[in-house]
Ligand binder design. Structure first.
Ligand code: LLP
Length: 412
């Protein structure tokens, strides 16, 4: 799988063996492959090369500074959703003019911070937020560049928790309210409406919902032009899925081609906000088996990673492929792979066929590079894992494992 491959029955990340890394840095251990990140970014970005475009990596997928820096060095812009993500992006060396700011609840302080930084644009998600941005910008003597996030009411056919472009979702503005919002900007001194935005969901495995949304947006673009608005960018969000299991999402090239056909020739900068497709399969989580335990109804493998390290299986019932780090060739058994946390929802896999493994041996959890560490918590007072970025033979400690003192550092 990508730059994670077996050599003589032992899993490697690029040129470094996972058992070696586990010995040196301990487990749970996130390992990212720099070559994979570069390849994914390159593949995605070049899929849009015929268009005036900006690929703004979605920071929430994997917000590690080393990862952001690697992507920034390749020319990536960033899609952010908080002051914290803005801080990270700037620290990682991202050009402010390549940052777009989305999210339904930007606070006054965050709006101020973004205006001071000089980001490319705000994707605004409500009229109340528009009023707030106008107020803050005016008080600073600035004009905020804004686009509205339009909720096109398209079913992305993905997990309901990560569907965002349907009527019932909290995101964006329906067409009627969008039109109201665009019209309002004409009488505002602190904002100029320069863009359109939409993000319909995540882990999409078909292009059709993207095209359906795009068609609706392009229709609306005509209306906005007739109003005399100077729309400069069209942000199509992120959402392209990856194979976790048997999914067969379109390749970025295919995705770029399908969208490109509709967009070519339009006087618009196209913005894309890919997250998962860049980082997801560029990272793994290595974990040690603590104990094997059989009950009358189940075989459990109790590992040292838990829902605090990787919450996706617990939260969305997501599938992450799990395998041995060292292949022993033992017979397979049906197991639940579970963590040490005191919740029955603390599992990484259920009813999975895995070769028999012993306490002390290592397992790899694949496709953990996106929404893995970035969703990690300290639940059960567990220290968040170490993150490594492997680049050829080189190992960069992208984030040290937390210490017990880190856990209580802000407490009295
Ligand atoms: N742009 C916006 C406005 C977003 O809300 C998101 C993701 C993205 C871009 C990036 O989407 P991507 O290309 O990664 O699909 N925690 C969930 C995923 C939540 C996605 C939230 N928004 C998971 O683990 O599946």
């Amino acid at each position: 799988m990508h730059h994670f491959e077996y050599r003589d029955g032992t899993l490697y990340a690029e040129n470094v063996s996972i058992p070696e890394l586990a010995r040196e840095y301990g487990t749970p251990l996130y390992v990212y492959s720099a070559a994979t990140l570069r390849r994914h970014f390159q593949a995605f970005d070049s899929a849009f090369k015929g268009l005036d475009h900006m690929t703004c990596y979605s920071v929430k997928a994997n917000s590690n500074l080393s990862v952001l820096k690697l992507l920034a060095e390749m020319g990536a812009g960033m899609d952010i959703v908080s002051g914290g993500e803005l801080h990270r992006a700037i620290k990682a060396g991202v050009t402010p003019e390549k940052i777009v700011y989305s999210g339904v609840g930007k606070s006054e302080a965050e709006i101020r911070q973004a205006l001071e930084t000089g980001i490319y644009a705000f994707n605004v998600e409500s009229i109340a937020e528009l009023v707030k941005i106008n107020e803050v910008a005016e008080s600073m003597g600035k004009v905020a560049r804004v686009g509205f996030r339009i909720n096109p009411d398209v079913d992305p056919k993905t997990h309901p928790y990560i569907s965002t472009g349907m009527k019932k979702n909290k995101f964006g503005l329906d067409f009627e309210n969008s039109l109201r919002a665009y019209k309002m900007t004409r009488d505002m001194k602190g904002v100029e409406a320069v863009g359109m935005d939409c993000h319909i969901g995540s882990q999409l495995t078909s292009i059709d919902p993207f095209l359906e949304a795009l068609e609706k947006l392009l229709d609306f673009y005509g209306t906005l032009r007739d109003l005399g608005l100077d729309i400069q960018y069209l942000d199509l969000g992120g959402g392209l899925g990856i194979p976790y299991d048997a999914e067969e999402p379109p390749h970025p090239t295919e995705f770029g081609k399908a969208l490109g056909e509709k967009l070519i020739g339009l006087p618009l900068k196209v913005i894309l906000e890919p997250g998962r497709v860049i980082a997801g399969n560029a990272g793994i989580l290595a974990t040690e088996v603590l104990y094997a335990k059989s009950t009358p109804s189940k075989n459990f493998l109790i590992v040292d990673s838990a829902m605090n390290d990787l919450v996706r299986p617990s939260l969305y019932g997501s599938h992450h492929t799990i395998a041995e780090v060292v292949q022993h060739g033992r017979p397979a058994k049906m197991v639940d792979v579970v963590g040490p946390i005191c919740e029955s929802s603390d599992f990484l896999a259920r009813d999975r066929e895995l070769p028999e493994v012993m306490g002390g041996e290592l397992l790899v959890v694949y496709s953990a590079g996106a929404y893995g560490f970035s969703m990690a918590s300290n639940y059960n007072s567990r220290r968040r894992a170490c993150e490594l970025l492997v680049d050829g033979d080189k190992v960069i400690v992208a984030r040290k494992r937390e210490t017990y003192d880190d856990l209580i550092a802000n407490e009295i």
